[in-house]
Design a binder for this molecule. Structure first.
Ligand code: 9MR
Length: 735
C-alpha cells in the first residue's frame, strides 16, 4: 500500500471519529517512518545477521538464519526516528512468518544503551495487521523502529509491509478487565474460617447479598457494610461477611448489587495442593541440573550454566576485573527470578524461610515435591533447600585467599540478556561480584540454621555448614562495613544492602540457637535490633532480616535470657498488622506510607502474615489465625484487580510472570510459570516500560499488570515464593 493512501485512510477514520463523540487531534498526526510501504525499494531500512531484504508483491521479506540466541541477533529496522517524550504514537505494520515464529517489534533507541520504549512480541502466521498505541518516555532524534526476529534454532521467513509510526495520536487509556465487582478469594474459604468479600460500588448504604450454591439456590443471605473510599484502590467499597456459613461446597457464588462473584469453594484442606506447589517451584528454578520431564511434565529443559556452550558456565567463574584473582566453582543453586543471576542475600532469606517452614511446621516434612532426590529418606523440602545451601557455601572465599571467610555478594551475567532465553542458551560471561558483609552474614545465618536441621540426616554436611557459619560470622565481624553498592546493577540486580545490623543480629541469633554458645548470646543481647521494634511497614525481606531472627528466637526452643520479651515483640508486631487489616476493606495487613506500594508487595503482605502466623503459634489465639486467613484472601482474588496472584489458583490468575524461560507470552512453545508461582504484585514505582505505558498515574493496588514485560510488577522470585510457601505451610498446620 502507498503511504499517502495510508495517511488518507487514517485521516478518513479520524474524520469519522470527529463526527462522533471523542475527537482525536487528527491534524497533528505525523508519520515518522520513511518508505514504510516499501514502494521505493527497501531504503532506508537496514538488516543484520547477513539478511537482505527481498521485495515480494510489494512486501519486504527476509530469510532469517537459524541458530541465533537473542531476538535482536537478527533484525530489520529503520533509524533516525524522532521521538518526543510524553507524545503518544500509533505503531502498526502488517506481517507474516512461518507459523509459530515470533517477531519482537520495538520502538527504542538506535544507539547504546539501546533502551526499549515500546515492545510487543506477537506470534506470527498468515498475513495480519498489528497495531498498538504507546506514549514515548524519552525524547530522541536517534530513535528506531525494529523487527527483531532472532533466537530461533531453525531458519524461517519473515515478511513485513506498511510499517508506520504515527505521532500525535490520542493516548489510549488502559482499562484492566476486573470482572464482577464483588471480589472473593477465588480459591475459597475454610469451613470454620472467616469468610469476607469486598464489593466495589457507588452505593453508600448497606445492600442485600446472597450466597448461592452451584444450583443457584440461596444458602445464606445478609446485608453488606459500607466502608467508604478505600485509599489503596481509590474505590468506594462495601464489605460482606458470610463467616456464618460453614458447610463444605464447591462452585459457590456471592451475589450483591446486581453482580455475581467468580466461583469459589468452602472446604477443609483448601491449600494442600498449593502447599506442595509453592515449594515445587524451586526445582524448576534450579541451575546446574537438567529438569526432568517425568518430574515436571512440560517443564523439561537442559541443565543451565554447566560449562556447555553457548553458556560460559559456572564451573570456574572469575571475579569482575580487579576484584579477585581466583575463580570459584559456583554451579548449582536456584536462579533468582526471571533472570539467570544468583544472589546470596536473596538466596539467604529464601533458604531461611524454607528451613523455617520445615522447622516450625511439621507437615512440611512429609510433602512430596517430585524432585530427583525424592525417596532418599531426607524430607524433600530439605533436599530442595540444600540445592541452594550448597551454592551459598560455594560463594565463600576459601582459606588462604584474601578476604577468606567472606562471601561474594552475587554472580551473574556481565550484561543483561533479553527474553526469552533458556538458561542453557545464555551466552554471557559470568562474573563474581565483590564480597559483602550482608552476604557473609546471610551465609552465617542460614548455614547455622542448616547445621541444627540437617544433623539428623547428614552429620558431615551439618558440621561443614556450622564451620562455614562460624567462619563467616567471624569474617563479617572483622569486616563490618563492606556494603554492596546500588550502582552494581548491570547484567543482574544490585541487591544493595546498606544496613547490616539486622543481618548481624540474625546471624548471631541462628548461631546461638544452633550452638547455645554464650558468645553468640552476648551478641544477640547487645544488638540494637534486640530491643528495637522491627515490625514496620515491611516486616522482613531480603534486605531487612531482624524479624526473621525474632521469629526463630521466639519459636525454636532456647534459653536466651529475657526470651519472653522477644515473644511479646513478635505478638505486638502481629497486633499492628491485624490493626491495619481491620481498617482495610480488602483485609490487607499492609498500608504503605503515602500509598506507595513496594516492589514485590505480594511478598511483603505474605511476610507480614508470617509474623501473624508466628503470633498464632505463640499465643494460640483465634484472632491471629483468622487474620492470616483473611489476609490470604487478597492474594487469591479479593483485590481491586479481581485477580489471583498465584499461577494456577483461582479462576483468573497471573500467568505471565516475567521470566526468560516460562515465556509462553513471547513464545508459545515455552510454558507459563508452574502452578503455585506468586507474582510480585502492585508496585507504585512502575520502573519498567510496559507498566509505564499502561499504568502511569495508577493508584496502589492498580499498579500491576500480568504482562511478561513488566519486570517491576510481575516478576517471580525465590524469595517471594518462599513467603508464600512458608505461609501456606502454616495454614496447612491449622486443620
Ligand atoms: O526484589 C527486589 C526489590 O526488592 C528491589 O527493589 C529491586 C531493585 O533493586 O530488585 C528486586 O529484585 C530483582 C533483582 O534485582 C534481579 N532479579 C529479579 C528480582 C525481582 O524483580
Amino acid at each position: 500500500m502507498h503511504l499517502w493512501e495510508r495517511s488518507r485512510n487514517i485521516a478518513a477514520i479520524s474524520v469519522l471519529l470527529i463526527a462522533g463523540a471523542a475527537a482525536p487531534a487528527s491534524a497533528e498526526e505525523v508519520e515518522q517512518v520513511v518508505n514504510g510501504g516499501f514502494d521505493n525499494g527497501a531504503d532506508p531500512f537496514w538488516t543484520n545477521a547477513g539478511m537482505t531484504i527481498g521485495l515480494t508483491d510489494g512486501r519486504a521479506c527476509v530469510d532469517v538464519p537459524g541458530g541465533t540466541v537473542n531476538r535482536w541477533d537478527a533484525a530489520v529496522g529503520q533509524n533516525d526516528i524522532d521521538l518526543v517524550a510524553g507524545e503518544t504514537y500509533r505503531f502498526s505494520f502488517d506481517a507474516s512468518g512461518d507459523a509459530g515464529h515470533v517477531v519482537r517489534a520495538i520502538t527504542g533507541l538506535a544507539v547504546s544503551p539501546y533502551d526499549t520504549y515500546f515492545e510487543q512480541s506477537p506470534v506470527l502466521g498468515d498475513w495480519q495487521h498489528y497495531e498498538w498505541t504507546f506514549t514515548a518516555t524519552a525524547s530522541t532524534a536517534q530513535g528506531q523502529v525494529a523487527f527483531q526476529v532472532g533466537g530461533s534454532p531453525d531458519p524461517w521467513r519473515f515478511c513485513v509491509d506498511n510499517v508506520s509510526l504515527v505521532g500525535g495520536v490520542p493516548p489510549e487509556v488502559y482499562e484492566p478487565d476486573t470482572g464482577p465487582r464483588v471480589r472473593v478469594n477465588q480459591v475459597g474459604y475454610l469451613p470454620d474460617g472467616p469468610k469476607t468479600a469486598t464489593l466495589v460500588t457507588d452505593a453508600t448504604t448497606a445492600l442485600p447479598w446472597q450466597l448461592r450454591d452451584r444450583s443457584g439456590k440461596v444458602v445464606k443471605s445478609g446485608r453488606s457494610t459500607p466502608r467508604g473510599v478505600d485509599a489503596s484502590s481509590g474505590q468506594n467499597v462495601q464489605t460482606i461477611d458470610f463467616s456464618g456459613y460453614r458447610r463444605t461446597a464447591s462452585g459457590l457464588t456471592l451475589s450483591v448489587d446486581g453482580e455475581v462473584s467468580r466461583p469459589f469453594d468452602i472446604k477443609p484442606r483448601l491449600y494442600d495442593g498449593l502447599r506442595a506447589d509453592a515449594l515445587k517451584m524451586y526445582y524448576t528454578q534450579r541451575s546446574g541440573i537438567e529438569i526432568r520431564d517425568d518430574l515436571r511434565p512440560g517443564y523439561a529443559r537442559r541443565a543451565g550454566h554447566v560449562d556447555v556452550a553457548p553458556n560460559q558456565g559456572d564451573g570456574a567463574v572469575p571475579c569482575q576485573a580487579g576484584v579477585c584473582d581466583y575463580t570459584l566453582d559456583v554451579r548449582g543453586g536456584w536462579y533468582d527470578a526471571g533472570d539467570h543471576g544468583k544472589y546470596v542475600v536473596n538466596g539467604g532469606i529464601s533458604v531461611w524461610e524454607l528451613l523455617a517452614e520445615y522447622e516450625h511446621n511439621r507437615g512440611s516434612r512429609k510433602l512430596g515435591l517430585a524432585i530427583p532426590e525424592s525417596g532418599n529418606r531426607v524430607p524433600d523440602i530439605l533436599d530442595e533447600a540444600r540445592w541452594e545451601l550448597e551454592f551459598l557455601l560455594s560463594m565463600q572465599v576459601p582459606a588462604g585467599k584474601p578476604n577468606a571467610g567472606l562471601v561474594h555478594h552475587k554472580i551473574h551475567d556481565q550484561a543483561w540478556t533479553g527474553l526469552p532465553l533458556l538458561p542453557h542458551l545464555d551466552p554471557q560471561p559470568r562474573e563474581l561480584h565483590p564480597v559483602s558483609t550482608a552476604a557473609t552474614l546471610n551465609l552465617a545465618a542460614t548455614a547455622a540454621q542448616a547445621a541444627r536441621i540437617y544433623g539428623k540426616y547428614d552429620r558431615a554436611f551439618a558440621a561443614r555448614a556450622l564451620t562455614a557459619a562460624r567462619t563467616a560470622y567471624a569474617a563479617a565481624k572483622a569486616h563490618p562495613d563492606l556494603l554492596a553498592p546500588e550502582s552494581d546493577g548491570v547484567g543482574g540486580g544490585a541487591y544493595n544492602d546498606t544496613k547490616v545490623s539486622d543481618d548481624f543480629y540474625w546471624a548471631a541469633a541462628e548461631l546461638y540457637l544452633t550452638t547455645g554458645e554464650k558468645k553468640y548470646a552476648v551478641d544477640v543481647l547487645a544488638s540494637p535490633e534486640h530491643t528495637a521494634d522491627v515490625f514496620g511497614q515491611v516486616a522482613f525481606d531480603w534486605a531487612t532480616t531482624a524479624a526473621a531472627a525474632k521469629i526463630d528466637l521466639a519459636l525454636v526452643p532456647n534459653r536466651l535470657p529475657g526470651l519472653s520479651s522477644v515473644r511479646s515483640q513478635v505478638v505486638k508486631g502481629a497486633d499492628k498488622y491485624l490493626a491495619i487489616q481491620r481498617q482495610h476493606p480488602y483485609g490487607v495487613a499492609y498500608a504503605p506510607a503515602n500509598n506507595v506500594w513496594d516492589w514485590g508487595s505480594n511478598s511483603v503482605i505474605a511476610n507480614n502474615l508470617v509474623v501473624v502466623a508466628a503470633a498464632h503459634r505463640i499465643t494460640g489465639k483465634d484472632r491471629y489465625r483468622d487474620g492470616l486467613l483473611t489476609g490470604l484472601d487478597y492474594l487469591f482474588g479479593r483485590n481491586a484487580l479481581n485477580i489471583s496472584y498465584v499461577t494456577g489458583y483461582g479462576e483468573v490468575a497471573s500467568q505471565n510472570q516475567h521470566s526468560r524461560w516460562y515465556a509462553a507470552q513471547l513464545d508459545p512453545s515455552l510454558p507459563h510459570p508452574p502452578a503455585g508461582t506468586l507474582a510480585g504484585g502492585p508496585n507504585s514505582s512502575i520502573q519498567d516500560p510496559v507498566a509505564q505505558a499502561k499504568l502511569t498515574g495508577c493508584t496502589g493496588q492498580f499498579c500491576y499488570i500480568d504482562d511478561i514485560g513488566s519486570w517491576a510488577t510481575n516478576e517471580l522470585t525465590i524469595n517471594w515464593n518462599s513467603a508464600l510457601a512458608h505461609l501456606i505451610g502454616y495454614v496447612g498446620e491449622l486443620d
